[in-house]
Write a protein that binds this ligand. Structure first.
Ligand code: HEC
Length: 160
């Protein structure tokens, strides 16, 4: 009798563990889209910054229309509502290498939103100068790049 109980107990334990595992993976799967979407936003940031940086450094000819377009696009993206992409529990402590988002994003909240506000502020100034000439572009791009870095330093993990 005792043996049977032990066996069923173990079986129940294993069954529970399987259910818990499945729930874990369901939750992880629910994070897939939000995580991929926020990474896509970041990739677009870096696409436009690459163009602007290339012009600022003289690696690409300055083109007022292109520079203005890139700056305006950056600003539009910084104003997207991305709140649903940053779900609690979607940091690299839970999702491992799927994300480089550090758990400090949530544990020190609202610090991270100060960083995104700072980027928006830098972009308000930048859109005014990016299309005015190479000097204008060069004068405004620094604060934008700094605003990206100021958030990455505390909140983005190193590449693995
Ligand atoms: C408010 C914080 C914040 C700001 C501002 C910010 N980033 Fe990020 N960035 C992150 C975090 C967090 C990650 C990691 C996201 C993840 O892996 O889930 C990231 C990831 C990235 C990545 C890697 C994306 C990938 O392929 O996984 C790039 C590139 C990037 N950022 C570029 C930029 C650029 C360029 C700017 C400025 C125009 C910027 N970021 C502004 C927080 C920020």
């Amino acid at each position: 009798m005792l043996k049977v109980l032990k066996k069923t107990g173990i079986a129940a334990g294993i069954a529970l563990a399987i259910v818990a595992l499945q729930m874990g993976s369901v939750q992880a799967a629910e994070m897939d889209k939000p995580v991929a979407s926020r990474q896509a936003v970041m990739k677009l940031y870096s696409y436009y910054m690459g163009q602007l940086g290339g012009m600022a450094k003289g690696k690409m000819p300055y083109d007022a229309k292109k520079a203005q377009g890139a700056a305006t696009s950056l600003q539009a993206m910084a104003n997207l509502d991305t709140s649903g992409m940053w779900l609690p529990g979607s940091g690299n402590d839970k999702l491992g290498t799927q994300t480089r988002a550090k758990p400090e994003i949530w544990s020190t909240y609202p610090e991270v939103s100060k960083k995104s506000k700072a980027l928006k502020m830098a972009l308000v100034d930048f859109v005014k100068v990016a299309g005015t000439g190479l000097d204008g572009l060069r004068s405004g791009i620094g604060p934008v790049g700094k605003a990206c870095g100021a958030c990455h330093k505390p909140f983005r993990a190193e590449k693995k």
